[in-house]
Design a protein around this ligand. Structure first.
Ligand code: BT5
Length: 254
């Protein structure tokens, strides 16, 4: 089946631990590509490296089951497809100038409004399925964020001063996502990456890189065809950062 013809099959739930976990279980049981698990709230929403994802009622939390014909090491492309789809949809439906940040964030005015988590199962060297999870702070009040997220994260409701229809957002997001996903299947990742770079406000800026207990400052230069972030260290050396190992934050001016 071509990705363009995928018809999302929605599985709507009220409260779950994590839509990614539910979707992965469905995939293990043979759920079709395009199965989308959407929940009103998550009790154990997760980010990368088992970080917690705050997911109260009002936000849009969903996960898509995919069976892409790509190598396991190309799974990073799905994250780019999802973040471009989210930024496009937000720009179209809300007029907000959404940007992307490596490797998996969507920001508004420098604050995180959405995160993407891609998880895969690989068997005998072949990508069995992928689950792409999207967490979007739509109708979430920033006052309800835990202390650690204050200032760092934002919501559509807070930026727009009104609530949005999560259903229209979900429909728009899925349509854009499957369009971006189709590009990957047709060797069009370069096109997607080019758009991602246009949407990336942080390239060319000084960033803080966190990972392996290290923290260092570098200049973000580019993202290559393998999804790696190229940075220039303060000693002038160029380093390629691998998706999944580090997080980057915009360097705060002091
Ligand atoms: C992510 O991880 O940004 C991926 C988040 C994916 C969440 C979706 S919701 C639907 C699906 N089901 C799941 O269980 N997960 C996916 P990462 O880059 O590791 O960022 C995690 C960090 O973001 C946390 O350590 C917090 O600092 C911050 N964070 C947590 N909740 C947030 C929220 N609601 N909004 C913005 N930032 C948040």
């Amino acid at each position: 089946m071509s990705a363009k013809s995928i018809q999302p099959k929605l599985v709507r739930l009220q409260k779950v631990a994590s839509t990614n976990t539910v979707a992965a279980n469905l995939a293990k049981e043979g759920a079709a590509e395009g199965t989308v698990v959407v929940a009103e709230a998550q009790t154990r929403g997760k980010g990368r490296l088992n970080r917690a994802w705050f997911s109260p009622k009002g936000g849009l939390w969903f996960s898509v089951v995919l069976k892409p014909k790509i190598k396991p090491q190309e799974a990073f492309k799905l994250n780019f497809a999802a973040s471009v789809a989210v930024a496009r949809t937000l720009r179209t439906l809300t007029g907000l100038a959404a940007n992307v940040k490596w490797p998996n964030d969507v920001l508004i005015e420098g604050q995180k409004v959405c995160g993407v988590l891609t998880e895969t199962r690989v068997r005998k060297g072949i990508l069995d399925y992928a689950v792409v999870g999207v967490g979007l702070n739509s109708n979430v009040q920033v006052e309800s964020f835990p202390e650690t997220l204050r200032g760092y994260a934002t919501s559509l409701e807070s930026k727009l001063g009104r609530k949005l229809d999560n259903e229209s957002l979900l429909q728009g997001l899925l349509e854009e996502f499957f369009t971006c996903y189709a590009l990957i299947g047709h060797g069009g990742f370069e096109i997607l990456l080019r758009e991602w770079k246009h949407l990336a406000a942080f390239l060319g800026s000084q960033i803080e890189v966190h990972g392996d207990g290290r923290l260092f400052v570098a200049k973000a230069l580019d993202v290559d065809a393998e999804g790696r972030l190229l940075v220039r260290l303060e000693n002038g050396m160029i380093q390629k950062l691998v998706f999944g190992d580090v997080s980057v934050g915009l360097k705060q001016s002091r």
